[in-house]
Design a protein around this ligand. Structure first.
Ligand code: THU
Length: 140
């Protein structure tokens, strides 16, 4: 994937992270999702006093995309860390539910970028992060 596009997605993920509503965990996540029509959808984690009702940043971005008619996912960048920390300590890998959710609209070739900064990043395919997955094919 084009390096400039990767950087654009990371910048958008950092921008999305500024909107994180994470008053319970203090862990702020941002995601930027690229769809096949060239749109970039941003998402942040949105927590809830009933903890289980929390929405992760990746699914926030995914829901925004699908609900606007963009349901073919090409790439996503994710950044996360404690809200008040000066810099991100670790890569924020997507949780299992989000990996499964992304796989509904992205192929195993979909690019998944986790980043601590614009230059410090790791790039995977969704297939690498979710091998042998359950899909529509499983229930044919
Ligand atoms: N979180 C995400 O936004 N994405 C993930 O893939 C894992 C976790 C959020 C949910 C919760 O608001 C906070 O991180 C701590 O779990």
């Amino acid at each position: 994937m084009d390096e400039e596009l990767i950087q654009t997605l990371i910048i958008n993920a950092f921008e999305a992270r500024t909107k994180s509503y994470c008053k319970y965990s203090g862990y702020a996540v941002g995601a930027a999702l690229l769809t096949s029509d060239g749109e970039i959808y941003r998402g942040c984690n949105v927590e809830n006093s009933s903890y289980g009702a929390t929405i992760c940043a990746e699914r926030c971005a995914a829901l925004k995309a699908v609900s606007e008619g963009s349901n073919e996912f090409m790439a996503i960048a994710i950044v996360g860390g404690m809200k008040d920390a000066k810099e991100l300590k670790d890569y924020a890998y997507p949780c299992g539910v989000c990996r499964q959710f992304l796989s509904e609209f992205g192929s195993s070739d979909m690019t998944v970028i986790v980043a601590k900064s614009i230059d410090d990043k790791k790039v995977f395919t969704l297939g690498e992060l979710l091998p042998e997955s359950f899909s529509a094919d499983s229930i044919k």
